[in-house]
Ligand binder design. Structure first.
Ligand code: ZN
Ligand code: ZN
Length: 398
């Protein structure tokens, strides 16, 4: 396998684990499980951790989450390394020999690769134990919308594994292999979901004046909602409001008594979120009233934004630089408006969420969440080297 050179004092061990980790990755890829259904995946993780001889395994945390704890040769603090393990509810179209055997489920975000890299890291840490303190390997379920990160925290993650800091990593196939991107501040957006129903007296489509056209009223709300980002939030507050679902009646000739829509609000700033929610409620209520209808609003706070504190972002960047060279670590890229429930862990402990480039000309990666996506196994040594260098940096043995 054509893996690029990584700088690590564990270089030989990393190269030894590359082939087995590739096998684990492809096995997980062939058997994708969506949020909170990752039973086979969790069993595979537990079985591997047991075989490596880790000191403690916590199972069933956040339903299907697993934590393995490895103690170093000397006492010291505990740090957490976190990966996500869930797949997406979508149909794979890669044609790979190890493509998904489950129709409508697919590892299209590389969580199979994240899991294999953290397992490979666990194997080397359990073998060498050349650090002072302990490492908690956090295998988190249900990142893709289910909030597995929240469930692990609520389930007592940091009581059972009292980490001082917690660290995350995500592959980026549109960035070149051999690079990292370490941002300070907002890295991934907070996301809320909403459903709004506009309700009023339905009528025959040929007799519109006998009722309320709920679709027309709802359409005004779709347009007006775009004024929130443009006119209520500061031009310097990044946010999006998207209405991606919309439905009226089921018939050509019926003006239904209900039009429904749903979408998301994405933001980095809590004040922007509160303003967006308040304005969306006010617009829905007043527009519905203006048309003689009424609005029923279900606004749900989902993932908070993933904010990287400065001190830990600097550490992550330095550690990444030790693996791939400082010229290959980007510090200034745009943040991403997608969400990431590692934010629930970052809200509890200092830490960092870093992006690892995995794109290479000889690998057809596709894009994240596309049916042709496939994690690049050549990136495994780079991810493992990053985790090991982070342990060296935070828990030096001498
Ligand atoms: Zn994803
Ligand atoms: Zn992902």
């Amino acid at each position: 396998m054509n893996a690029p050179l990584v700088h690590s004092r564990h270089h030989n061990l990393i190269m030894d684990v590359h082939a087995p980790a590739t096998e684990w990755r492809r096995d997980i890829h062939a058997h994708p499980e969506v949020g909170f259904e990752e039973r086979r995946t969790a069993a595979l993780i537990t079985e591997r951790l047991r075989a490596f001889g880790v000191d403690e395994i916590i199972e069933g945390l956040g339903e299907t989450g697993v934590v393995g704890i490895i103690k170093g040769r000397a006492p010291g603090p505990m740090i957490g390394l976190r990966c996500d393990i869930d797949a997406l509810p979508m149909q794979e179209r890669t044609g790979l020999p190890y493509a998904s055997v489950h129709d409508g489920k697919m590892h299209a975000c590389g969580h199979d690769g994240h899991t294999a890299m953290l397992l490979a890291t666990a194997r080397i840490l359990a073998e060498t134990r050349d650090f002072a303190g302990s490492v908690a390997l956090i295998f988190q379920p249900a990142e893709e919308g289910g909030g597995g990160g929240r469930e692990m925290v609520v389930g007592g993650l940091f009581d059972k594994a009292p980490c001082e800091t917690v660290w995350g990593l995500h592959n980026m196939p549109d960035q070149p292999l051999g690079t990292f991107t370490s941002l300070t501040g907002g890295a991934m957006a907070g996301i809320d979901y909403f459903d709004i129903a506009i309700e009023g007296q339905g009528t025959h489509a040929g007799v519109p004046h006998a009722g309320v056209d709920t679709v027309l009223a709802a359409s005004h709300l779709v347009v007006a909602a775009q004024s929130i980002v443009g006119r209520n939030l500061s031009p310097f507050q990044a946010a999006t409001i998207g209405i991606s679902m919309f439905k009226g009646s089921d018939a050509y000739v019926v003006m239904g008594d209900r039009a429904v829509m749903g979408g998301s609000v994405r933001y980095f700033d809590m004040a922007a979120r509160d303003k967006a929610e308040a304005r969306l409620r006010a617009l829905a209520t007043s527009i519905a009233e203006g048309f003689g209808a009424r609005a029923v609003i279900d606004y749900r706070k989902n993932y908070p934004p993933c904010i990287n504190p400065a001190a830990e972002a600097d550490i992550a960047a330095e550690v990444a630089a030790s693996v791939v060279g400082p010229e290959n670590v980007e510090r200034e890229a745009e943040p991403c408006m997608a969400g990431e429930d590692f934010a629930f862990m970052l809200n509890e402990r200092p830490g960092n969420y870093i992006w690892m480039g995995t794109g290479s000309p000889d690998h057809v990666s596709g894009k994240l969440h596309y049916p042709d996506y496939n994690f690049n196994d050549a990136a495994i040594p780079q991810g493992v080297a990053y985790w090991l260098a982070l342990v060296d940096r935070l828990l030096p043995a001498s």
